[in-house]
Design a protein around this ligand. Sequence first.
Ligand code: NAD
Length: 487
Amino acid sequence: MTTPVYQNFINGHFLKNQSGETFAVKNPATDEVIYHVEVADAFVQNAAIESAKQGFATWSAMTPIERSRILLKAVELLRARNDELAKIEVLDTGKPWQEAECVDVQTGADVIEYFAGLAPAQVGQQQMVGEDFYYTRKEPLGICAGIGAWNYPLQIACWKSGPALAAGNALIFKPSEETPLGAIKLAEIFIEAGVPAGVFNVVQGAAEVGQWLTQSDDIEKVSFTGEVGTGKKVVASAAGSLKDVTMELGGKSPLLVFDDADISQAVSAAMLGNFYTQGEICTNCTRIYVHKNVYQQFIDELKTRTEQNIIAGDPMNPEVNLGALISKNHHDLVMGYIDKGISEGATLLTGGKALKPDSAPNGYFVAPTVFTDCTDDMTIVKEEIFGPVMSVLVFDDEDDAIRRANDTHLGLAAGVFTKDIKRAHRVIHQLQAGICWINSYGNSPAEMPVGGYKQSGIGRENGIETLDHYTQTKSIYVGMTDIESPF
Ligand code: NAD
């Protein structure tokens, strides 16, 4: 059976590359190649820049209200095609349909809708300085680049294009080479909605194509989502042309469960924050610190619910709530961390093995895994695993728990479960993380800014402030009085 070959999406249409180079994309739940994609060679790269220049000229000349109307049409199309797009995400990522059907497309559409609404409200300032005055304009940056990870491919493309386009920029987006199709579908939707050709271009490929985006002198900003190590390379490379950067990177986030917490709720949060999207979520609370008085109760309920309520299998089956990891490589990496957890002396409470569900025997499944009796120095407690692997640790002193939670170079997210309102805020204010939850975990509405402290990131996505990250301020001084000159 022949599989489709997708080309790069440039200037409103598919563009064939000249090198003929392609790469294969597999469905992680079946290990089968589902389509091929052409790599963006030099010819495509040049075309992308030329197209974005033209797109920017047209788009930035439109009023924010006009841009907003068009983007809202795209939002409508995204929502109308929810199921078609969600299926693409399931086949590309291996995540369960029951998630993609209600989260991936919706949360992407929400963010474009939010920024479409916000853009016309963005205003400059005006201030008198004596009889003279100045005013400021919020101008778009020009051509921006977006580079995405594979866990929420379409959502990431929406989260980057929403504010970029609303502010009047053109975007060249490179999805992960593991999950390239969602961004192409978004590009088609933008065109159908009336976004001018060249405003949103999709280039395909792996690190080399990403590197080109970070180096190009024609690109003003790069917004990156991916690993900390890759993020450092992107920042170093972007420094060559002093590009603006937004970095959405990895985490090793703590959840603190106090002895007055609703334990069932805390277990729900821990399971969501470790097993949703089979653990491939950047904000996951992979270090769970539980107060010693409720430790046994917590792990008993956690073990029971993990063993009884997880259904792994064909991700398109709506009953399935645990999908396949993105690739064989990643699966092996996660299994390697599990082996390390065992060899370093953590107790395996449940899981710890690869799964071969009857409905998807060739998929890259890993059983939801919980380690207890963990210590702060263990590899599984220190490094981001990006799979369904949870480490549970004990604490008995609030200050000590905070110190241990903060003892990491990462700072993406954090959570607290307690019924004591003062303690909740006191603790969360001391946690070094950009995205925090009290008696909740994982929700990330369009209105809420998200991003990391420490090495988990630079800048923010979503929320009002993000629009500023896609504009630059021009100050204009207006002389109302004669110039006094000594010359
Ligand atoms: P990755 O860093 O391997 O790849 C991310 C993207 O960068 C891909 O498109 C890849 O092709 C590209 N790339 C690779 N090398 C590059 C280079 N030298 N220059 C430019 N681009 C390059 O990350 P991944 O494995 O795709 O995603 C998983 C990681 O992403 C995890 O660490 C996770 O925590 C993180 N993540 C963070 C967020 C967030 O919002 N903070 C969201 C999702 C994922």
